[in-house]
Design a protein. Structure first.
Length: 228
């Protein structure tokens, strides 16, 4: 079942500015940090070239540009995470999918290659592969969605038939066409299956709890109507 969300609730769940987990995601590895640091060094060198060597002086403008460039290693993850959030927030409509795990499977995917030299001086290409879990989520209406994420030890708790919840996004008011989905939450295990942490999890689980309470409140009424 897909429950439509208001725009206000959607913007609470998908933030405009990067959250802590999103910042951590784009902070990346030590190699990623070194790449950002190199960009910062180049930016400072360009400003130095303009101001000192070429003798051009644009006053506070150049200083501001230099300062921003020098700190790219720090604010870069905020920028890229916020851009990714903005891509989701451009969708006009959203819904809260309450379905179940129909199936899951593990694959191994190539994520990069590295060139190195062995002891004999020969060039060796090393392939970096990562195991990923694929989840097929569906509901009673026949809607299905597939989500994949890097494999984690905690995912051993996943089983077919478990309740699964996620956010769906669309440009159609009736949500008949889904253009994007978020990471997956499995309430019975309090477990997130996630690559990029799209949602603010406190808000998401709050919506989840409210919907479950609403569903439980409706069950006695249905039983009384049957008894009559």
């Amino acid at each position: 079942m897909i429950v439509p969300l208001t725009r206000q609730k959607f913007e609470q769940i998908i933030p405009l500015i990067a959250t802590g987990p999103q910042y951590k995601y784009y902070w990346g590895s030590f190699q990623d940090f070194l790449q950002r640091l190199l960009i910062s060094v180049v930016a400072v060198a360009v400003v130095f070239l303009i101001k000192v060597i070429l003798g051009l002086d644009f006053g506070p403008i150049v200083f501001l540009i230099g300062l921003i460039g020098a700190l790219y290693w720090l604010w870069g993850p905020v920028f890229w995470a916020s851009m990714r959030n903005a891509k989701c927030r451009r969708y006009k409509y959203s819904g809260f999918l309450r379905g179940r795990v129909l199936d899951y499977w593990i694959t191994e995917e190539l994520i990069g290659k590295q060139e190195t030299v062995d002891n004999k001086g020969d060039l060796v290409i090393v392939e970096n592969r990562e195991k990923r879990i694929h989840l097929e989520i569906g509901d009673d209406t026949g809607f299905t969605a597939e989500y994949k994420a890097p494999l984690r030890v905690a995912y051993k708790a996943i089983a077919r038939g478990q309740r699964a919840e996620l956010l769906v996004m669309s440009n159609r008011a009736d949500l008949s066409t889904i253009d994007e989905i978020s990471d997956v939450y499995i309430p019975s295990r309090d477990l997130w299956v996630s690559d990029y942490p799209y949602v603010v999890r406190d808000f998401f689980t709050g919506v989840s709890s409210r919907l479950r309470r609403d569903e439980e409140d409706q069950r006695p009424r249905r039983r009384r109507r049957v008894e009559r």
